[in-house]
Write a protein that binds this ligand. Sequence first.
Ligand SMILES: NC(=O)c1ccc[n+]([C@@H]2O[C@H](COP(=O)([O-])OP(=O)(O)OC[C@H]3O[C@@H](n4cnc5c(N)ncnc54)[C@H](O)[C@@H]3O)[C@@H](O)[C@H]2O)c1
Ligand SMILES: N[C@H](CO)Cc1c[nH]c[nH+]1
Ligand SMILES: [Zn+2]
Length: 426
Amino acid sequence: MIVVKNPPREAWQGLLQRPAFDAVSLQEKVAAILNDIKTNGDEAVLKYTALYDGVQLDNFIVTKEEIAAAHQQISNELKAAIVLAANNIKTFHAKQLTAKKEVIETMPGIACWRKPVAIEKVGLYVPGGSAPLFSTVLMLAIPAQLAGCKEIVLCTPPAKNGTIHPAILFAAALTGVTTIIKAGGVQAIGAMAYGTESVSKVYKILGPGNQYVTCAKQLVQQEGIAIDMPAGPSEVCVLADESANAAFVAADLLSQAEHGVDSQVLLVTTSARLIEETTKEIGKQLENLPRQEIAVRALENSKMILLDNMEDMIAMVNEYAAEHLILACNNADAVAERIVNAGSVFIGNFSPESVGDYASGTNHTLPTHGFAKAYSGVSVDSFVKKITYQKLTQNGLNAIASSVITMAEAEGLRAHAEAVKIRVKG
Ligand SMILES: NC(=O)c1ccc[n+]([C@@H]2O[C@H](COP(=O)([O-])OP(=O)(O)OC[C@H]3O[C@@H](n4cnc5c(N)ncnc54)[C@H](O)[C@@H]3O)[C@@H](O)[C@H]2O)c1
Ligand SMILES: N[C@H](CO)Cc1c[nH]c[nH+]1
Ligand SMILES: [Zn+2]
């Protein structure tokens, strides 16, 4: 990791850049694949699956038999862990369901209310290129199910032997997914966005993924398909003072570095000692990691930044707007209150980011690349739209009529005014 000591404020923005990639050629490539899927449907999905996932499939819809077999293929221990995680995620997300309808009378005779209505057809993307992220099934399908979505399509890339990891199938069966498609990357996003002979067109696509997936989501959004947010390569920022434990900090940094070579991890600290010890710990802990090579490359994109004081640390982490922010410092609760930009915050030494990834209950599908300045992570809200309603009595309309007529005429929209006048008596 690159160590930077006491950078001046003017240098912060440059310092906090995410790993760069060639956005123009990425967009061109993704747009061409999307176009092919739009024109050639299933045939194109199968073609790109062969090209990028290395498997020639005849049929990409997962069968009931495959789902049933998955139950036998994973250990009882893993099933129990998935069920525990699912219960916590359900408990946390169930509270997000908007309370019962509340009718507001803005003036006598004018009743207004708002009702959350589930998006009927949603598409979930579960990453599987470098690791089969079955935890993402829980993070997406549980809020979709709680919201009441009728059709829940899930896409995930197949392994080279044409199968889907059994834990993905187990988690999908547990959480009410209606169709599972063996397709990943841009072809999966295209299939769900446009529909094909075998894949239903959905209204909204949610879920994280690599740069191809994220770019494809952003491009189909321009064609009217809703998306959750740009949820790209994983990242974590640790804000730490003298009180932090270097071994814990190193473990947290490595936990996100192992996701992909384009992941970024950041340590922002007031302690030079912590930088030194964490560097040593990273070296030690890396030795035992099976994904050491990926983590080492991600660490090349990553920084340890020494600052003078807590005020600067808070300002810097708010500027960075990390997907995950860990507060390993004294008075962590008070510091948490001052965080305004982050996807999810982990408070104190006993809140490793990994628990949020799997099982504490919060959602791990979160905005990356600084999008946490304006976007939230996935929640039940992501699966509903809120329809507003109003109902006026004759007296209510009479009372508001002159204001509406005056405003409509002032905007030069006579027909608007007439639609009120025609109903007003007296
Ligand atoms: N932000 C979040 O909430 C969050 C959550 C979980 C995971 N993630 C991130 O999701 C990502 C998962 O990435 P992944 O690659 O493991 O899986 P993925 O499923 O996102 O991508 C795999 C697909 O990418 C496509 N692909 C690969 N190389 C290609 C190429 N050269 N051209 C065109 N398409 C290509 C293939 O079709 C393949 O199926 C990681 O970066 C991880 O950090 C983010
Ligand atoms: N850290 C990822 C979100 O950036 C989510 C995840 C899934 N499995 C492990 N981690
Ligand atoms: Zn993770």
